[in-house]
Design a protein around this ligand. Structure first.
Ligand code: SAH
Length: 277
């Protein structure tokens, strides 16, 4: 059925859904299942297959997704973390390990969603403190839960609001050593052309990058210097083809040294990084 409906990796999907419906791991399916499947178990599996065939992402059905070898709870409140975003984590970690900071580095993540990036960083760099924001209260509830499960809840302050908005009134978190974001970057009118898994199920607020996909970069870049220490870094994930536009925006802003666009494993620019003068 999955194959007939052109679901990608039908065998893997089938195994994972089958294992999920029987409350077993995928490996246990082979090792443990030496019995007939009961009628009600078959019905439960059929319901899951039906959901997958209608386009619901596998990760929302299973309720989790792995990122940076950490298991994250995901549901329609948040974007499913993507493997390519691990590059942003990798680049951040290399900055955090290179520089000798006067005190424990402070990091700001804008648009944390499931919390994947902030939580991965907190786990890897135990000495850092992070502030993670999101405009979606629902996403933050899930992000906090994920941070709790990962054992890094005390390292991350979660705040609700529009970009830098929630930081303004208090300013108590002080200037940051690193600001990073994987903002919504899909060109608005192209959202309807995306796979139905994304288009119909993932939060539009996590996708919509405005008329040309660059709306968030245009807002984040000019505001970032006000929250960065001199010598601090801005790291932004970009969509395919946005690297040079985003680098230009950073250069035009004037507060940064020449930005660098870091390619992912397939050689495509994925992360733009720039150091504040
Ligand atoms: N960091 C996560 C999620 C990225 S999706 C990951 O990489 O997987 C982008 C996130 O930005 C979504 O969670 C969305 O709710 C949030 N967002 C959208 N508009 C925002 C705004 N104006 N201010 C803060 N966050 C915003």
């Amino acid at each position: 059925m999955l194959k007939d409906h052109q679901v990608e990796n039908p065998r893997l999907n089938a195994e994972l859904l089958f294992a999920h419906s029987l409350n077993l791991s995928r490996e246990e399916l082979y090792v443990r299942l030496h019995r007939d499947v009961k009628e009600e178990e078959k019905k439960a599996l059929e319901r899951l297959i039906q959901r997958r065939v209608s386009g619901e992402p596998l990760q929302y059905i299973l309720g989790h997704q792995e990122f940076w070898s950490i298991n994250f709870k995901v549901d329609p409140r948040v974007l499913i973390p993507r493997p390519e975003t691990e590059l942003l984590v990798e680049q951040s970690l290399s900055i955090l390990s290179e520089k000798t900071f006067e005190q424990n580095p402070s990091v700001l993540e804008i648009g944390t969603g499931s919390g994947a990036i902030a939580i991965a960083l907190a786990k890897e760099a135990g000495h850092i403190f992070l502030v993670a924001t999101d405009v979606s209260r629902d996403a933050l509830i899930l992000a906090k839960e994920n941070a709790q499960t990962a054992g890094v809840r005390y390292q991350i302050g979660f705040v609700n609001g529009d970009l830098f908005g929630p930081l303004r009134p208090s300013r108590e978190t002080g200037p940051f050593d690193l600001i990073l974001s994987n903002p919504p970057y899909i060109v608005r009118h192209k959202i309807c052309t995306l796979a139905k898994e994304v288009r119909d199920y993932e939060p539009t607020i996590a996708l919509n990058g405005g008329k040309d996909g660059l709306a968030f970069y245009r807002r984040i870049i000019p505001e970032a210097p006000g929250y960065l220490r001199a010598g601090g870094w801005l790291l932004l994930e970009v969509a395919l083809g946005q690297g040079s536009d985003v680098s230009d925006l950073i250069e035009e802003e004037g507060s940064f040294f020449k930005p660098e666009c870091i390619p992912d494993l397939s050689g495509i620019g994925r992360v733009v990084k720039a150091q504040r003068k």
